[in-house]
Design a binder for this molecule. Structure first.
Ligand code: RFL
Ligand code: PHB
Length: 388
């Protein structure tokens, strides 16, 4: 088989890239190791920047998003029981859109299915000769070995993918921060406790009230890394949320059985450069941010935007300039989101071993954020997303 761009991974980065290339007349094959059902059931992000929504519009994948997505003009922050609002729209002119990654994945899959893409359950995907101008990918599908020749490979296979292993270790510089806690997430078919998201810094730890629709809530609580989900029956999670989010949210909270409950560790990670020869990394394959800033999916989208632009330029004019500049261009935006996500994580969580000084500094910063339009604007423009 032959294609112009072989895309490894059918998450948001890979699907969006495939569709951005398709509307420019560039052919690709998306290889996804999981089944369509598995990918479409995986619960992840929920907050989209306007730039991400614009990209989905551009590729014709935003019809349902506009019908069902919720526009949020602000977020609430709670510090030791005192709450205040960051007026995202008032400060930046932009809202964010609450729409599940699961739904976005379904919408993109439905469009790609019209040309029998992605190739689901592609096993043992391996990248070959990426540093030459004749790279290729091999994989197994339904017991058959397949070779896919291509001009370029896009590694969009997430944090646990294989693409990044095709870059020699001595050419890759990695940067990492591990956080000494995780998030326990709970999804339930109950109305949200608040019309806007609530991020709370509480003596018992961080909590977040989010949603997927007016009938489906998504909540998170900070937990120690060694915590077992079996020790968190639903009632314990609801009790903890009620305490940490404060009395107002607790009063508005409807409890219900969890549809899903899981614990995810938090980390910051960047691998540089995002290119080796004819292999280009995009999304979680190249960088991870803690979910506090709601940036991971949005970075996958901005990478897909930059990479598609560079590939389109190449196929239209033969110029390598965009391809040569891709890594630096993507990383400039990535590092700002890494910085913001790290900052917001530091501000909102209780770190084991933190003393009273650390806590006083957090509270002073939150108080400043609540009173200073300059500080609130800096937070808001990062939260709604920096321009591409
Ligand atoms: P994905 O979504 O992980 O997709 C990678 C795909 O590659 C496949 N794959 C392979 N395919 C073929 N061969 C292999 N060897 C393969 N190895 C892997 C995988 O099956 C998968 O389908 O990466 P992508 O496309 O870069 O997208 C990144 C986002 O999914 C991620 O950053 C976000 O989910 C992060 N995130 C959030 N981001 C936001 O922007 N806003 C949020 O509100 C937000 N909340 C979150 C989050 C992530 C969370 N978790 C679970 C880590 C909340 C949570 C709890
Ligand atoms: C979510 O709804 O899953 C969500 C929202 C905001 C975040 C992280 C996750 O910062």
């Amino acid at each position: 088989m032959r294609t112009q761009v072989a895309i490894i991974g059918g998450g948001p980065a890979g699907l969006l890239l495939a569709q951005l290339l398709h509307i420019a007349g560039i052919d690709s094959v998306v290889l996804e190791q999981r089944s369509r059902a598995y990918v479409e059931a995986r619960i992840r992000a929920g907050v989209l920047e306007q730039g991400t929504v614009d990209l989905l519009d551009k590729v014709g994948a935003a019809t349902r998003l506009h019908a069902e997505g919720l526009l949020h003009d602000g977020v609430m922050l709670v510090a030791d029981g005192q709450s205040f609002r960051i007026d995202l729209h008032g400060l930046t002119g932009k809202p964010v859109t609450v729409y599940g990654q699961t739904e976005l994945t379904r919408d993109l899959n439905a469009i790609l299915a019209e040309r029998e893409q992605p190739v689901f359950e592609a096993q043992d995907v391996a990248l070959h000769d990426v540093a030459t101008d004749k790279p290729f990918v091999t994989y197994r599908k339904d017991g058959r070995d397949v070779r896919l020749d291509c001009d370029f490979i896009a590694g969009c296979d997430g944090a646990h993918g294989v693409s990044h292993t095709a870059i020699p270790k001595d050419l890759l510089k990695t940067y990492e921060r591990l956080y000494p806690f995780g998030w326990l997430g709970l999804m339930a078919d109950v109305p949200p406790c608040s019309p806007e998201l609530i991020y709370s810094n509480h003596p018992r730890g961080f909590a977040l009230a989010s949603m997927r629709s007016t009938q489906r809530s998504r909540y998170y609580v900070q937990v120690p890394l060694d915590e077992k989900i079996a020790d968190w029956p639903d009632e314990r999670v609801w009790d903890e949320l009620a305490l940490r989010l404060g009395p107002e949210a607790a009063a508005g909270m409807t409890r219900g059985p969890s549809l899903e409950k899981s614990i995810a560790p938090l980390r910051s990670y960047v691998a540089e450069p995002m290119r080796h020869g004819r292999l280009f990394l995009a999304g979680d394959a190249a960088h991870i941010v803690p979910p506090t800033g709601a940036k991971g999916l949005n970075l996958a989208a901005s990478d897909a935007h930059y990479l598609s632009g560079a590939l389109i330029d190449f196929y239209r004019t033969g110029t390598q300039k965009g391809l040569d500049g891709y890594s630096a261009q993507a990383l400039a935006r990535v590092w700002k989101a890494v910085r913001f996500s790290w900052w917001f994580t530091q501000l909102m969580h209780r770190f084991p071993g933190d003393d009273d000084f650390a806590h006083k500094v957090q509270m002073a910063e939150l108080d400043y954020l609540s009173r200073s339009p300059a500080a609130a604007t800096a937070m808001a423009e990062n939260y709604v997303g920096l321009p591409f």
